[in-house]
Design a protein around this ligand. Structure first.
Ligand SMILES: [Zn+2]
Length: 383
C-alpha cells in the first residue's frame, strides 16, 4: 500500500473539514448586503454607506479603530435593522447558511432578545422568530448538501436589569432549541455577581450557561464567573493568562485559578481576531491562545463577530495555523474540545464527534482505523 500524500493545511482544506463554533453573535454576523436591504425595507437611516462592499469595509474599520464609540455604532446599525420578524428570520437563516458554507457542523449562536424590542416585538415572539429562522437556514443548507445544527444561547446585557427575565426565557424555550444563557456587555463596573439571582435560578433549573469574562477585565471577573456564578464555560477567558508565569527556562507556573480552570477542563471560548480589535491582544502570534493550547487548557476557536472582524471559523483557524504552525491533529483537538463543551446532550455531542468529526480528520492525521464511520453493530467503538 502506498503512503498517502499529506494534505496541506490551507484555508481551502480547513474549510472542507467539519468545524464547531461556540461563540458567535447573531447581531455581529450579518451580510453587509443584508444590512443595506433591511435598512431600505424598514426605513432605517443612518448607515454610513449603502454600498455593500464599502459597508463591509466600514464595519471592519470601525471595529478596528480603537474607539469604543465607533465600535458600538456598528451594533447600533445591525440591531437597528433587526427590529421586525422578517428581518430576524432572514438574519438567522443566513447565519445558519453562512456557517454551513464555512464547513461548520454545529454552532451555538447567541443574541440578546432585549435589543430587538424597539418596534414593539415582545421577547417570546423574538425568540420564536429567530428559532424559525435558524430552522429555515438549516433546511436551506441541507438542500445544498450541508448539515449544520444551530443551538441558541440567549444573552442578557450586563448594564440592563433583565437577566432574570431572559434566564426564564432560556428555560422556557429549552425544548425548542435554546441550549443556554450568557451575559454580555461591558465587564468593568458590571461584575457577573450583579446577576447572581439569574444564575442561581438557572442552576436550580439544571440549565446551562456561559459568561463573557476575562476579555477586557482580568482575573476577578473570571473568578466570580466560575466560583460565584457557576459558569460552565468562559466567553473569551483570555485574561486567565494573568495567572500564569513563565520562568527563564520556559517552564510555565499556574496560579490557583489557572490550575482550577485547566484541571476542571473549563472551556475557553477564544476569539483571537476579536481580541485584536478590542485590544485584549496585540497580534495573533502574541495571543495567549498559543501558550494556553500548549498547556492543554480546553481551548476552542471562535469568531465572536464575523461582520466586524471580517472572519470565519476557517479564517480564525488559518490565522492560528500561520502563527503557531498547527497541523491537522491540533485542529482536530480544538474541534473536539468545542464539541465536548457544547450545551446539547452528551449522546448528541458524542454522535457528532464519532460519526462526523473523527472520520473526517482521520485520513488527514493518518489515523486510518478511526476513518471507519461506524462501529460494527452491537459493539461500541472503544474510546
Ligand atoms: Zn462575545
Amino acid at each position: 500500500m502506498s503512503t498517502p500524500t499529506p494534505v496541506p493545511v490551507t484555508p481551502e482544506t480547513i474549510r472542507d473539514v467539519p468545524k464547531v463554533l461556540l461563540h458567535d453573535h447573531l447581531d455581529g454576523g450579518l451580510r453587509p448586503g443584508t444590512v443595506v436591504e433591511l435598512a431600505e425595507a424598514s426605513g432605517y437611516r443612518g448607515l454610513p454607506t449603502t454600498d455593500p462592499a464599502a459597508l463591509g469595509v466600514w464595519f471592519r474599520e470601525a471595529a478596528d479603530s480603537g474607539s469604543l464609540e465607533r465600535y458600538l455604532e456598528t451594533f447600533a446599525h445591525t440591531c437597528g435593522v433587526m427590529q421586525d420578524q422578517d428581518a430576524l428570520v432572514r438574519v438567522a437563516a443566513e447565519c445558519a447558511q453562512d456557517l454551513a458554507a464555512d464547513g461548520v457542523v454545529y454552532a451555538e449562536v447567541r443574541y440578546a432578545p432585549e435589543l430587538f424590542t424597539e418596534h414593539g416585538l415582545d421577547l417570546p415572539t423574538i425568540v420564536e422568530t429567530v428559532q424559525a429562522g435558524f430552522r429555515e437556514g438549516e433546511r436551506r443548507a441541507a438542500a445544498d448538501g450541508r448539515t449544520v445544527r444551530i443551538g441558541t444561547l440567549l444573552c442578557a446585557m450586563r448594564q440592563n436589569a433583565r437577566a432574570s427575565e431572559i434566564a426564564e426565557l432560556a428555560v422556557r424555550y429549552r425544548d425548542a432549541g435554546v441550549v443556554g444563557f450568557d451575559i454580555a456587555g461591558p465587564e468593568a463596573g458590571f461584575p457577573p455577581t450583579r446577576t447572581l439571582d439569574a444564575f442561581d435560578y438557572l442552576r436550580r433549573e439544571n440549565a446551562h450557561f456561559t459568561i463573557h469574562a476575562g476579555e477586557a477585565f482580568g482575573l476577578p471577573s473570571i473568578w466570580e464567573a466560575i466560583q460565584h456564578c457557576g459558569a460552565e464555560r468562559l466567553g473569551h477567558g483570555v485574561r486567565i493568562i494573568d495567572d500564569i508565569t513563565v520562568d527563564g527556562d520556559g517552564k510555565a507556573h499556574l496560579g490557583p485559578l489557572a490550575s482550577y480552570v485547566r484541571d476542571r477542563r473549563i472551556p475557553l471560548e477564544m476569539c483571537p481576531s476579536s481580541n485584536l480589535q478590542t485590544g485584549a491582544a496585540t497580534s495573533i502570534g502574541e495571543h495567549p491562545f498559543g501558550l494556553l493550547a500548549d498547556l492543554r487548557f480546553r481551548v476552542t476557536v471562535n469568531t465572536d463577530n464575523r461582520l466586524m472582524s471580517g472572519c470565519t471559523v476557517t479564517s480564525e483557524l488559518a490565522a492560528l495555523v500561520d502563527a503557531f504552525g498547527y497541523g491537522w491533529a491540533d485542529l482536530r483537538r480544538f474541534t473536539i474540545n468545542a464539541m465536548k463543551s457544547a450545551f446539547i446532550g452528551f449522546d448528541e455531542r458524542l454522535a457528532i464527534i464519532d460519526d462526523v468529526i473523527k472520520p473526517a480528520y482521520a485520513p488527514l492525521v493518518g489515523d486510518w482505523r478511526a476513518s471507519r464511520p461506524t462501529a460494527p453493530a452491537g459493539r461500541p467503538a472503544p474510546r
